[in-house]
Design a protein. Structure first.
Length: 303
C-alpha cells in the first residue's frame, strides 16, 4: 500500500507539473500510458486535480482551469521510494568534497541517517559493490575505492554499448507503443525547462535520468536493465558533483537531448545512431571533467 501511495504521488506531481491553463486533457487510458501507471491511478490523479480546482472534469471533457501552484504538489520526501532515498544519501556522501579513497562507509550510520533498517542499506551496497567503487570489509564497514578516470572510462564504455542498442530498439517500437507518448511528454518538459532556464537549470539532472531511463527500457533486456540502473545513478549524480559551468553544460545537453528526441521520433536508424553517438560522446567528456583531480591522484597513489 505504501509503495502504491508513493507511486500515485510521484505520478501526480509529474503530471501536474506539465499542465497549462486553458488546455484540454486526453482520455484516462492516454494519461495512464503517458505516465506509465494503471488507469485507476490515472483516474485518482484526475480526481485530485478536480478536487483542487485545477481542472474542470465534466464526463469526457477535462479542461485545465489554472496552473498548479507549489502548494498543490506533494512534498518531495513523500514521492521518493526507499530505494531512491538510500541512493541519494549514499551518492551524496561518496561524491561530497570530503569523500576520498579509503573513506569508511558504515551500514549502521547510513541506516540511521536515512531512518531505515540496515538490511535494505546492505542490500543496496552489495548491489553497488559489483562495480568496484566500494569494497566490503568486516563488521558492516565498506571502503570507498575512489572514483578514478579509469573507472569513469570503463563506465562510459559500458553505458555506450547499452544505450546504442537500446536507442536502436526504441526506433523499432510500434507506433502505438506507450513509450512514444512518454517521449513526447519528456520533450515538453525540456521546452518548459528552457522557458525558465535561469531559475531551473539545476533541474536538468532529473530530466536527464528520466530520458535515458525511458530509452534503455526499450531494450527489454533484463541484463541491461539490471546493470544500467547503477550506471544511471553515477551519470545522474555527476551533474550535481561538479557545479563549474553547470548552466552552460546543461544548456548544451538540453540541445543535444532535443536533437536526440527528434531523431528517435523520426524512426530513422541512421539519424538515431548519429544523435545517440554525439550525445554519449559529450556525456563522456562531461563525466571525465567532473572528476575531482585530487580524488584521482589519491586513488592512483593508493593502488
Amino acid at each position: 500500500m505504501a509503495r502504491q501511495n508513493t507511486l500515485f504521488k510521484e505520478a501526480y506531481n509529474r503530471y501536474a507539473a506539465g499542465l497549462k491553463a486553458d488546455t484540454a486533457l486526453p482520455s484516462e487510458p492516454e494519461i495512464a500510458a503517458e505516465l506509465g501507471v494503471s488507469r485507476s491511478t490515472a483516474r485518482a490523479i484526475l480526481m485530485r486535480l478536480s478536487d483542487a480546482g485545477i481542472i474542470l472534469w465534466n464526463k469526457r471533457q477535462k479542461t485545465v482551469l489554472r496552473q498548479p501552484t507549489q502548494d498543490d504538489f506533494f512534498p518531495e520526501e513523500e514521492t521518493n521510494s526507499l530505494h531512491d532515498i538510500i541512493e541519494r544519501s549514499f551518492m551524496l556522501r561518496i561524491m561530497s568534497d570530503e569523500a576520498q579513497p579509503g573513506m569508511q562507509i558504515n551500514e549502521l550510520e547510513l541506516a540511521r541517517e536515512i531512518g531505515t533498517g540496515t538490511s535494505v542499506v546492505r542490500e543496496f551496497l552489495i548491489r553497488f559493490s559489483r562495480f568496484g567503487l566500494i569494497e566490503k570489509r568486516p563488521n558492516s564497514h565498506w571502503i570507498l575505492k575512489g572514483f578514478t578516470r579509469e573507472f569513469a572510462l570503463e563506465l562510459a564504455d559500458v553505458r555506450e554499448m547499452f544505450e546504442m542498442h537500446s536507442a536502436a530498439e526504441f526506433g523499432r517500437l510500434p507506433p502505438d507503443h506507450h513509450a512514444w507518448k512518454a517521449l513526447k511528454a519528456i520533450e515538453r518538459e525540456h521546452h518548459d525547462l528552457i522557458e525558465d532556464f535561469d531559475a531551473r537549470y539545476r533541474d536538468f539532472s532529473r530530466l536527464d535520468e528520466k530520458l535515458h531511463l525511458l530509452i534503455h527500457r526499450a531494450s527489454n533486456n533484463r541484463f541491461i536493465a539490471d546493470f544500467y540502473d547503477v550506471i544511471a545513478i553515477v551519470f545522474h549524480y555527476h551533474y550535481q558533483w561538479n557545479k563549474t559551468f553547470a548552466r552552460e553544460r546543461n544548456a548544451r545537453a538540453i540541445a543535444e537531448h532535443l536533437a536526440y528526441i527528434e531523431a528517435l521520433q523520426s524512426r530513422d536508424p541512421q539519424r538515431i545512431d548519429a544523435a545517440c553517438r554525439s550525445h554519449l560522446a559529450s556525456a563522456r567528456q562531461t563525466l571525465l571533467q567532473s572528476i575531482p583531480q585530487a580524488a584521482t591522484e589519491l586513488a592512483g597513489s593508493a593502488a
